[in-house]
Design a protein. Structure first.
Length: 129
Protein backbone atom coordinates (compact mmCIF):
# COMPACT_ATOMS: atom_id res chain seq x y z
CA UNK A 1 0.00 0.00 0.00
CA UNK A 2 1.12 3.57 -0.61
CA UNK A 3 2.86 5.68 2.02
CA UNK A 4 1.01 8.90 2.79
CA UNK A 5 2.34 12.03 4.49
CA UNK A 6 -0.64 13.86 6.01
CA UNK A 7 -0.44 17.36 7.48
CA UNK A 8 -3.29 19.35 9.00
CA UNK A 9 -3.00 21.81 11.88
CA UNK A 10 -6.49 20.92 13.15
CA UNK A 11 -6.03 17.90 15.44
CA UNK A 12 -9.52 16.47 14.91
CA UNK A 13 -9.24 16.75 11.13
CA UNK A 14 -5.78 15.19 11.19
CA UNK A 15 -7.03 12.24 13.26
CA UNK A 16 -10.07 11.76 11.01
CA UNK A 17 -7.96 11.72 7.84
CA UNK A 18 -5.20 9.52 9.27
CA UNK A 19 -7.56 6.98 10.82
CA UNK A 20 -9.73 6.74 7.70
CA UNK A 21 -6.73 6.10 5.48
CA UNK A 22 -5.11 3.65 7.91
CA UNK A 23 -8.34 1.63 7.92
CA UNK A 24 -7.89 1.35 4.16
CA UNK A 25 -4.46 -0.16 4.72
CA UNK A 26 -2.32 2.87 3.91
CA UNK A 27 0.82 3.67 5.87
CA UNK A 28 0.13 7.15 7.22
CA UNK A 29 2.71 9.49 8.71
CA UNK A 30 0.73 12.36 10.26
CA UNK A 31 1.80 15.78 11.53
CA UNK A 32 -0.06 18.81 12.86
CA UNK A 33 2.99 21.03 12.28
CA UNK A 34 4.21 21.49 8.69
CA UNK A 35 7.76 22.21 9.87
CA UNK A 36 7.85 18.89 11.74
CA UNK A 37 6.69 17.12 8.57
CA UNK A 38 9.42 18.85 6.59
CA UNK A 39 12.04 17.90 9.18
CA UNK A 40 10.81 14.30 9.18
CA UNK A 41 11.06 13.96 5.43
CA UNK A 42 14.45 15.67 5.29
CA UNK A 43 15.85 13.43 8.03
CA UNK A 44 14.19 10.11 7.23
CA UNK A 45 14.18 10.33 3.41
CA UNK A 46 11.32 7.85 3.45
CA UNK A 47 9.48 7.13 0.24
CA UNK A 48 6.21 9.07 0.23
CA UNK A 49 3.68 8.33 -2.50
CA UNK A 50 1.22 11.07 -1.59
CA UNK A 51 1.43 14.37 0.26
CA UNK A 52 -2.00 15.24 1.66
CA UNK A 53 -1.92 18.69 3.22
CA UNK A 54 -4.19 21.49 4.30
CA UNK A 55 -3.56 24.72 2.40
CA UNK A 56 -4.06 27.24 5.21
CA UNK A 57 -1.55 26.44 7.96
CA UNK A 58 1.10 28.26 9.94
CA UNK A 59 4.03 28.75 9.82
CA UNK A 60 4.04 27.20 6.30
CA UNK A 61 1.11 26.95 3.93
CA UNK A 62 0.47 23.67 2.18
CA UNK A 63 1.89 25.23 -1.00
CA UNK A 64 5.10 26.30 0.74
CA UNK A 65 5.43 22.83 2.26
CA UNK A 66 4.96 21.17 -1.13
CA UNK A 67 7.53 23.47 -2.73
CA UNK A 68 10.13 22.79 -0.03
CA UNK A 69 9.57 19.05 -0.22
CA UNK A 70 9.82 19.17 -4.02
CA UNK A 71 13.16 21.01 -3.80
CA UNK A 72 14.35 18.23 -1.48
CA UNK A 73 13.43 15.59 -4.08
CA UNK A 74 9.79 14.71 -3.33
CA UNK A 75 8.05 13.71 -6.55
CA UNK A 76 4.90 12.02 -5.27
CA UNK A 77 1.26 12.88 -5.77
CA UNK A 78 -0.19 15.89 -3.96
CA UNK A 79 -3.71 16.36 -2.59
CA UNK A 80 -4.62 19.63 -0.88
CA UNK A 81 -7.52 20.16 1.50
CA UNK A 82 -9.21 23.49 2.09
CA UNK A 83 -12.10 24.88 4.06
CA UNK A 84 -12.37 27.85 1.70
CA UNK A 85 -14.47 27.02 -1.39
CA UNK A 86 -13.56 30.24 -3.22
CA UNK A 87 -9.88 29.48 -2.83
CA UNK A 88 -10.35 25.87 -3.90
CA UNK A 89 -11.86 26.69 -7.28
CA UNK A 90 -9.33 29.34 -8.18
CA UNK A 91 -6.33 27.31 -7.09
CA UNK A 92 -7.42 24.02 -8.63
CA UNK A 93 -7.41 25.62 -12.09
CA UNK A 94 -3.73 26.46 -11.73
CA UNK A 95 -2.47 23.22 -10.15
CA UNK A 96 -2.38 20.87 -13.09
CA UNK A 97 -2.17 17.29 -11.80
CA UNK A 98 -2.71 18.27 -8.19
CA UNK A 99 -6.18 18.51 -6.75
CA UNK A 100 -8.09 20.02 -3.87
CA UNK A 101 -10.57 18.31 -1.58
CA UNK A 102 -12.96 20.80 -0.01
CA UNK A 103 -13.73 20.57 3.70
CA UNK A 104 -15.96 19.23 5.04
CA UNK A 105 -15.70 15.91 3.23
CA UNK A 106 -16.84 12.37 3.91
CA UNK A 107 -14.66 9.33 4.33
CA UNK A 108 -15.82 8.13 0.91
CA UNK A 109 -14.86 11.44 -0.70
CA UNK A 110 -11.44 11.31 1.00
CA UNK A 111 -10.80 7.75 -0.19
CA UNK A 112 -11.87 8.61 -3.74
CA UNK A 113 -9.66 11.72 -3.85
CA UNK A 114 -6.64 9.76 -2.58
CA UNK A 115 -7.21 6.98 -5.14
CA UNK A 116 -7.61 9.54 -7.92
CA UNK A 117 -4.49 11.48 -6.94
CA UNK A 118 -2.39 8.32 -6.76
CA UNK A 119 -3.75 7.05 -10.08
CA UNK A 120 -3.01 10.36 -11.85
CA UNK A 121 0.53 10.34 -10.50
CA UNK A 122 1.04 6.73 -11.55
CA UNK A 123 -0.19 7.52 -15.07
CA UNK A 124 2.08 10.56 -15.35
CA UNK A 125 5.64 9.79 -16.45
CA UNK A 126 8.33 10.66 -13.88
CA UNK A 127 9.94 14.06 -14.33
CA UNK A 128 13.39 14.16 -15.84
CA UNK A 129 16.32 14.43 -13.47
Amino acid sequence: MPNLLVIDDEALMLDLIANTLRLDGHTVIAFSDPLAALDYQNEEHSHIDLLLTDIDMRPLSGFELMNRLSKAGFDGAVLFTSGYPALSGAVENSLGQRSILEKPFTGAQLRAAVRSSLARKKAKPPRAA
